[in-house]
Design a protein around this ligand. Structure first.
Ligand code: SF4
Length: 347
């Protein structure tokens, strides 16, 4: 076993954060935390993890839960396909009577890719698996002074798993990448257990790893969004299609073009609505992984409450309807200070 592995495991033994899923690493807890952690900040995950376990203490309860409650719990976390796969996976696992133990079998379940499969297999079952994400590949690339793909990183790490210690081995690499060998700015090399072994540190080439991938520009999609209320204070919502981006979630009425005030009024009238008032609001922007929404916002009071839309009270909107961050922000930010740029990345 390379000496740096011993140094890493000793460090993890004393520096691991007391994350809630580490206190009681049942397969359900590990799986739930790993799905939540994909593409989401840990502060948001901690809160969501507690909410989920309160609502669904067991995977069987999650499997039997209704979709609206699940989507409401997921609100704000982005990448909503994760929530749908969570439910599909829970049903299969509940039917099978538990998770399979190997990464190979775990990958056959919905929403579980190679990284998550390795993480569950190693952390929940202590099986000799590796879990390589961007963090782990970056740490090993810096350590060895060579840009490594995730597959190459996995090939190098697999033979280094100490017998019977896959659970801590996998988590130690993740932890080092998350709290010490940071991606942006300066990693905390003075606190790093691998510093005496680190090629990038010795050769002053830390910023070369990881190599920056060139990203194609995101297409900009115009959207005009209506924050409509009825005379009795109900809010207009509509449901998104069952397939595609943000499938099946709720949204404010909108159309995929940039409308002027006059055009916006006509658009509403063409829907059969009487426009009592309409006011332009500041534009907002929402970045998804592969596209950008440029949102022109209008607030209006309209009547009657036509069935094209679903009219809900503010309390119902808060408690029952899952509204993606893009739309929540389109109202909150445009009505606050006219902030025009929202930098969250979701799909
Ligand atoms: S010494 Fe610095 S660059 Fe090298 S692995 Fe540790 S934190 Fe990363």
């Amino acid at each position: 076993m390379p000496r740096f592995v011993t140094a890493l495991l000793d460090w993890f033994d004393t520096h691991a954060r007391p994350l809630p899923w580490r206190q009681d690493p049942t397969p359900y807890h590990v799986w739930l935390s790993e799905i939540l952690l994909q593409q989401t900040r840990i502060a948001a995950v901690l809160d969501a993890y507690r909410r989920f376990l309160k609502q669904y203490p067991t995977i069987e309860e999650l499997a039997q839960g209704d979709d609206a409650t699940l989507m409401k719990l997921w609100e704000g976390l982005g990448y909503y396909s994760r929530a749908r796969n969570l439910k599909k996976c829970a049903r299969i696992v509940a039917e099978q009577g538990g998770f399979p133990h190997t990464a190979e079998e775990l990958q056959k379940l919905p929403g579980i890719g190679p990284y998550t499969a390795g993480a569950i297999s190693a952390i929940a079952f202590n099986q000799p698996a590796v879990a390589v994400d961007g963090n782990v590949a970056r740490v090993l690339s810096r350590l060895l002074g060579s840009t490594l793909s995730r597959d190459e990183t996995a090939e190098i790490l697999r033979p280094c798993i100490p017998a019977g210690k896959a659970r801590v081995f996998v988590q130690a690499w993740m932890e080092l990448g998350e709290i010490v060998c940071l991606p942006h700015g300066t990693p905390h090399c003075d606190q790093c257990p691998l510093r005496t072994h680190c090629n990038a540190l010795k050769t002053n080439r830390i910023s070369e790893f990881p190599a920056k991938p060139s990203r194609p520009a995101r297409p900009v999609i115009p959207l005009t969004v209506f924050h409509l209320t009825s005379p009795d204070g109900r809010i207009a919502l509509q449901k998104r299609p069952d397939k595609g981006l943000l499938a099946g979630l709720w949204e404010y009425p909108n159309c995929a073009e940039t409308l002027s005030l006059e055009q916006a009024k006509k658009w509403l009238e063409a829907k059969g609505l009487v426009v009592n008032s309409i006011t332009p609001e500041p534009t907002t922007q929402h970045l998804f992984t592969h596209r950008e929404w440029q949102m022109t916002n209008f607030a209006g009071t309209v009547s009657p409450q036509l069935s094209d839309f679903t009219w809900v009270t503010p309390e119902e909107l808060e408690n029952r309807y899952a509204l993606p961050t893009a739309f929540r922000n389109s109202k909150a930010r445009s009505q606050a200070h006219g902030t025009t740029r929202v930098t969250a990345i979701h799909s």
